[in-house]
Design a protein around this ligand. Sequence first.
Ligand SMILES: Nc1ncnc2c1ncn2[C@@H]1O[C@H](COP(=O)(O)OP(=O)(O)OP(=O)(O)O)[C@@H](O)[C@H]1O
Ligand SMILES: [Mg+2]
Length: 467
Amino acid sequence: MSKERILVADDHDSLRRGIARALRETGHDVEEAENGNAAIEKLHNGQFDVVVCDLKMGGSDGLDVLRSAKALHSPTAVILMTAFGSVQTAVEAMRIGAFDYVQKPFEIEEMELKIDKALEVRRLKHEIDYLRHTQPDIYEFDRIVGASGALQQVLDIVRKVAKTNTTVLIRGETGTGKELIAAALHHNSLRANRNFVRVNCAALQENLLESELFGHEKGAFTGADRQRIGRFEQADSGSLFLDEVGDMSPNTQAKILRVLQEQEFERLGGTRTIGVDVRLLAATNRNLGEMVASGEFREDLFYRLNVMAVEMPPLRDRKEDITQLAETFMNRFSGELRKKVTGLDSAAEKLLQRYNWPGNIRELENAIERAVLLAEGDVITMDDLRLGELSPRVGGSDVVSVVKIPPTGIALEEIERQAVVEALTMSNWVQKDAAELLSITPRVMNYKIKTLRIELPRQRRPTAVSM
Ligand SMILES: Nc1ncnc2c1ncn2[C@@H]1O[C@H](COP(=O)(O)OP(=O)(O)OP(=O)(O)O)[C@@H](O)[C@H]1O
Ligand SMILES: [Mg+2]
């Protein structure tokens, strides 16, 4: 890590040298300026992380130095040193944008503390800028992989509503890309350069809920040793993403609804009412409509969230995206793990296609990461995928023993029955896929289901069945 650069400006020579020496001893890279003009010149010639500057100097004074630093739009933090009695000017300096001030005389430790704080704030700012500027391209639409009609339909809606302030409710099974879509909505909106703040509603603890959402003032409760800005306030002028919104207690639902209606709140222990302008995005893997019907989710909150609904298709319904996704992940992990893996063999590819993907894209992502790690050559094989852990191996010589015959014996029909049920479960009861798993035709599968009297789950039952 490079050393932090500090400029010390004071026309009082011995004081300036003393400060500079102390700061050098703590490991900083320090330059000195013997008056205001010299300080301004140095500011123009190089980047400093912090400027420590006397307020009163002949020629250009501390305020001039501060104004120059601001005019340069550099991220330099300015700390002013004031003589006793010039607090008024110090306040003025804070208004112009000084980071802090110290009153003379001071202990060098006090100055070091302020410098550390300034550096810390700078680091955080830098991090935020970094996140803002590097993240967006993750959410560019062309980074969202998949050409299937099902996904393109979703992206069409997203493109249409991204630039509006419409509330969007994203529904879909786990791992289908709900968060990715929420982030894409934000990063393609007019609010893109403001914050995208995610609140995991499932993890909200009721006793900390208000402090988390609305923030608190210092001393609001035992342990509140500093002020905290809540999620709503962080998201002001930006987007607030309520994730896992179906997992809130009734109490929490009521509180969230209140802010959404009023768009204002108070910090805990505070008296000022704070108004915010947030664009609301929400996601859930639950069926909120059903939850409303059963009384688990407030109807009024549901209507407030469900302005525009987006349904993320499960991966098994867009199998045509699997290969492209797998290749994207493979390239990414082979780069990240510095391992040359360039493709999948045909058996591996076939397995990806016939697998049911209950964990959707996240599961695929994890499977590929594992496979890249395990791959011995530069091609991923079926074994590397380890999907076989969940399903019996398919094909030739390496069929593992899947049948366990109890010593008391078992009817062959019972084994067959279990195999068919297992294949159906793995295929989400899609008979065609289950048939493929067992290397039989869909017709034979249908015949087995009837003769073995296998009961299909309610929603998969053909309507024409006579009872
Ligand atoms: N279309 C896609 N293209 C590329 N990566 C994707 C796509 N969809 C999802 N992903 C990746 O899959 C993973 C899971 O996506 P995400 O976290 O958005 O899912 P989720 O629906 O929010 O899941 P959960 O319900 O478990 O929170 C992430 O790493 C995401 O980047
Ligand atoms: Mg998620």
